[in-house]
Design a protein around this ligand. Structure first.
Ligand code: IMP
Length: 336
């Protein structure tokens, strides 16, 4: 049986560095020939994470927000248009059946240049069909992000079917119960490592289970071009949903799109429940969260002595840590 590693199992070894300031470090990645993300962070297409406000906040910080698809095509088009006041580009999610082509046409008409074919099990015949239809209908200029996949075979197939970037990670999301419900999945870091061996040109977007800037650095070092995050942006001012008070503290809801609550709201009924809904503390502005993550990532590259992500990937060296090492790695002032 194959042995796998998760974020918490590994560390990067510090290396000789000539980086004098974190400002010297270039974190940018070209998503398309015209769209350069200054910070390789993408917000998830979820109804408690990305609508126009989050997309704008991500844009301001040099990242990208993918507008969710859990509303009518016209409503989604309006959200995308609202995000394009300020932003020069926008990204939005569609499915692979039903109204996906109508959504795609409306979104592209409004100026969306990145479409995300957003399904739980992306290594699927319906994905192949939808990628073919979209490519034929919309041409080469549109950027097609597709996923999710967990294996190199899945990554290569989606790339061969026309995906420009691929979301890698199944079952690792903080609100995800796919592994419990179905017995399937691969630790996200292992999927990144496996997919990094692809010889295809598609970009690798690590998705699910990223808890801090350290995980982002590990994901990038293992071969990701960018990361997608949900929980790290949950409970911010820019995430959709009301802020409510409990015992004098502020909270918001963060939920999986396959949670019972989300399915009932958007479909009127529920089938296989593969996610949960949770209350999370309010955490201020998403821009501040991304700024803080960016600082941590820059520090991470300086510990490897890397000026950019490519250098991080070629220089970095992973070690496995024991359970005792894991305890030592997190703050443990009250445990020792
Ligand atoms: P997080 O950053 O760990 O919170 O994970 C966010 C990711 O979880 C999203 O980008 C999706 O790939 C995935 N996801 C969203 N909703 C669900 C769900 O209901 N079940 C399983 N995975 C989900």
């Amino acid at each position: 049986m194959k042995k796998t590693v998760s974020f918490e199992d590994v560390l990067l070894t510090p290396q000789y560095s000539e980086i004098m300031s974190r400002k010297e470090i270039d974190l940018s990645v070209y998503l398309t020939k015209d769209i350069n993300l200054k910070v390789p962070i993408i917000s998830s297409p979820m109804d408690t994470i990305t609508e126009d406000k989050m997309a704008t906040a991500m844009y301001r910080r040099g990242g990208l927000g993918i507008i969710h698809r859990y509303n009518s095509p016209k409503e989604q088009q309006k959200v995308a248009e609202d995000s394009l006041e300020e932003s020069f580009y926008a990204a939005a999610a569609i499915g692979v059946t039903g109204d996906y082509l109508e959504r795609a046409r409306l979104l592209v008409k409004s100026g969306v240049s990145i479409l995300c074919l957003d399904i739980a099990h992306g290594h699927h015949a319906l994905m192949r069909h939808a990628l073919g239809v979209l490519r034929n209908t919309l041409g080469q200029d549109i950027h097609l992000m597709a996923g999710n996949v967990a294996t190199l075979e899945g990554f290569n197939d989606l790339a061969d079917w026309g995906a420009d970037s691929i979301r890698v990670g199944i079952g690792g999301g903080s609100i995800c119960s796919t592994r419990v419900q179905t017995g399937h999945g691969v630790p996200t870091l292992q999927s990144i490592i496996d997919c990094s061996y692809s010889d295809r040109d598609a970009l690798l977007v690590a998705d699910g289970g990223i808890r801090n800037s350290g995980d982002i650095v590990k994901a990038l070092a293992a071969g990701a071009d960018a990361v997608m995050i949900g929980s790290l942006l949950a409970g911010t001012d820019e995430s959709p949903g009301e802020t409510f008070h409990e015992n004098g503290e502020k909270y918001k809801i963060y939920r999986g799109m396959a949670s019972k609550e989300a399915q009932i709201q958007w479909r009127g009924h529920f089938a296989s429940v593969e996610g949960v809904s949770s209350t999370v503390p309010w955490r201020g502005s998403a821009e501040d969260v991304v700024r803080e993550l960016e600082t941590g990532i820059r520090s991470g590259l300086s510990y490897t002595g890397a000026k950019n992500i490519l250098e991080l990937q070629s220089k970095s060296s992973f070690i496995e840590q024991t359970a005792a090492g894991q305890l030592e790695s997190s703050t443990h002032i009250n445990k020792s």
